[in-house]
Design a protein around this ligand. Structure first.
Ligand code: G3P
Length: 214
C-alpha cells in the first residue's frame, strides 16, 4: 500500500505538469485557459496558438500517461509488489489523470485528459488504444469536432477492452473493463460543456487544411 500511495502521489504530481499551459507560455501567448474553450489541452492550443505548439503539447501530455504507467511497473519490479498488477496500473494512471484534470501547480484547473489516458493506454492496452484512435479519427475528421472524437473514444475504450480481453483470455476480464469504463466515463464527464455545445450547434470546429486551426 505504501508503494502504491507513493506511486499515486508521484503520478499525480507528474500529471499536474500541464504542457498546454507550459507550451502556450513558451510561445508568449499568456495563459491558454483565457482563450477559446478555456481548456488547457492540445485542441485549445491548436485553436489559439498553432500547430507546432499543439504538437509539443501532444507529445508532452501523451508522455505523461506513458511515464506514469512505466513508473508503476518499475515500482512493482523494484519492490516485488504482489497481487493484481492491473488494479495497480490503473490506479496510478488514474492519479496521473487527476493531476492533469486538477493540477496542483495551476489552481486545479487543467485539461480533459484524453492524451494522458491515451499515453497510459499505450502501455496498458495498445490494441484498445488503436480501436479508440480509429473511432476518434472517424468522428473527428468527418465532423471536424475534436470533442466528439474524444467522447466516442471514451465510449469505445471499455467496449474495446470487453472484446479484446474476451478474445485474449477466452472470457471477459471484468476488472479491466470496469476500470477502463471509469476512465471513459471520466473523459465523457469532462466533456459535458462540449456536449451542451454540440447539442446546441455552437461547438467550434477545427480545420485540417494547410492553414492553422479555425
Ligand atoms: O481533449 C479535449 C478535446 O476533446 C476538446 O477540447 O478545447 O474543444 O474543449 P476543447
Amino acid at each position: 500500500t505504501l508503494v502504491l500511495a507513493a506511486g499515486m502521489v508521484a503520478a499525480y504530481l507528474l500529471g499536474s505538469i500541464n504542457f498546454a499551459i507550459i507550451v502556450t507560455r513558451l510561445f508568449k501567448k499568456g495563459d491558454i485557459r483565457d482563450y477559446g474553450s478555456g481548456n488547457a489541452g492540445m485542441t485549445n492550443v491548436l485553436r489559439t496558438v498553432g500547430k507546432t505548439a499543439a504538437l509539443l503539447t501532444l507529445l508532452g501530455d501523451f508522455s505523461k500517461g506513458i511515464l506514469s504507467v512505466l513508473f508503476v511497473r518499475l515500482l512493482v519490479l523494484l519492490f516485488h509488489v504482489p497481487g493484481d498488477i492491473v488494479i495497480f496500473d490503473y490506479l496510478v494512471a488514474f492519479a496521473a489523470l487527476l493531476g492533469h484534470l486538477f493540477p496542483v501547480f495551476y489552481g486545479f484547473k487543467g485539461g480533459k485528459g484524453i492524451l494522458v489516458s491515451a499515453g497510459a493506454m499505450l502501455i496498458l492496452s495498445p490494441w484498445a488504444l488503436l480501436c479508440c484512435f480509429v473511432a476518434f479519427m472517424l468522428f473527428a475528421v468527418t465532423t471536424r469536432y475534436i470533442s466528439l472524437g474524444s467522447i466516442v473514444a471514451g465510449v469505445m475504450y471499455p467496449l474495446a477492452n470487453l472484446f479484446l480481453t474476451w478474445l485474449q483470455y477466452g472470457s471477459v476480464h471484468w476488472t479491466e473493463v470496469i476500470l477502463s469504463a471509469l476512465i471513459g466515463a471520466l473523459a465523457i464527464f469532462m466533456h459535458r460543456a462540449n456536449i451542451k455545445r454540440l447539442l446546441s450547434g455552437t461547438e467550434s470546429k477545427v480545420s485540417f487544411k494547410k492553414k492553422s486551426a479555425e
